[in-house]
Design a protein around this ligand. Structure first.
Ligand code: MD5
Ligand code: FE
Length: 204
C-alpha cells in the first residue's frame, strides 16, 4: 500500500479477528504486569480521559511534572513489560525504519473518552514513523496538518486497522473525536464498551 503525499498510510483490517484476539491477550498480560494508570496534565493535574500503560524499554508518561519517557512504571517503579513479538513483527513489516521501536503506548478509551488535537513532540526521533493499532470499538480519528489552524480530515478507525504515520504526517496535529460504543465484540469487560489503541514509537 502506497503512502499518501504526507506519508500517512491506513491499512484497514490489517489484523484479522484471530490476530486481534492474540494481540488483546498480549495487552491484557502486559497490563497485569504494568497496571493501567490515570495520566494527568502538566501543572493543572487535570486527568486525561484515557488510561495508560506501556511496553518496551521506554514508556510515555504524563503527570503534574510534565510529559516524558521513562524506563519504569510511575506507580510500581518496575520496568515496562517487553514488547510483544507480534508488535515487533508489525513494525518490521510496515514502518520501513531500520531500528526497532523503543516504546509502545497503550491508550484505553472508555465510551466517553476522547483525545484533543495535539502533536506528538516528546520524542527526539521525530522523523521515525509512529505505527498505531486499533482494537475494540470504532473511533473517529482526526488528522490535521503541521499547524493548529491547518485543515483537518477525519476517518473511522476499526478494530484491526493499522495506521502508519510517516513522513510529514508524523508531525501533524491529530486526535480522537469520539468512540462509537458497541461497534465491536472484541473487548471483554471492563474494557467494553471502549477502545484500545497501541502506538509503536522510536524515542531517540
Ligand atoms: C490514538 N494516540 O488513537 C492515537 C493514535 C497518542 C495518540 O495520538 O499520542 O497517544 S496515534 C496517532 C498519531 C501519532 C503521531 C502522528 C499522528 C498520529 N499524526 O500525525 O496523525 O489513541
Ligand atoms: Fe498523538
Amino acid at each position: 500500500r502506497a503512502a499518501g503525499p504526507d506519508g500517512f498510510i491506513l491499512l484497514p483490517g490489517y489484523f484479522d479477528r484471530a490476530a486481534q484476539e492474540s494481540l488483546l491477550a498480549d495487552v491484557l498480560a502486559g497490563i497485569d504486569a504494568a497496571p493501567l494508570y490515570q495520566p494527568s496534565m502538566p501543572r493543572t493535574g487535570a486527568p486525561l480521559s484515557v488510561q495508560m500503560s506501556n511496553f518496551g524499554p521506554l514508556g510515555w508518561i504524563a503527570d503534574r511534572k510534565g510529559y516524558r519517557y521513562e524506563p519504569v512504571h510511575p506507580v510500581t517503579g518496575r520496568s515496562w513489560p517487553p514488547l510483544p513479538q507480534a508488535l515487533l513483527e508489525l513494525w518490521n513489516a510496515v514502518s520501513g525504519w531500520p531500528q526497532p521501536p523503543q516504546a509502545c503506548l497503550v491508550n484505553i478509551y472508555g465510551p466517553d473518552a476522547r483525545m484533543g488535537l495535539h502533536i506528538d513532540a516528546d520524542e527526539d526521533a521525530r522523523n521515525a514513523p509512529v505505527v498505531s493499532i486499533s482494537l475494540g470499538d470504532r473511533a473517529r480519528f482526526r488528522l490535521g496538518g503541521p499547524e493548529r489552524k491547518s485543515p483537518t480530515r477525519s476517518m473511522v478507525l476499526s478494530s484491526g486497522d493499522v495506521v502508519v504515520l510517516g513522513g510529514a504526517s508524523r508531525r501533524f496535529y491529530h486526535g480522537v473525536d469520539r468512540i462509537y460504543p458497541g461497534t465491536s465484540t472484541l473487548l471483554p469487560e471492563p474494557f467494553a464498551p471502549g477502545r484500545i489503541n497501541l502506538t509503536l514509537r522510536r524515542v531517540n
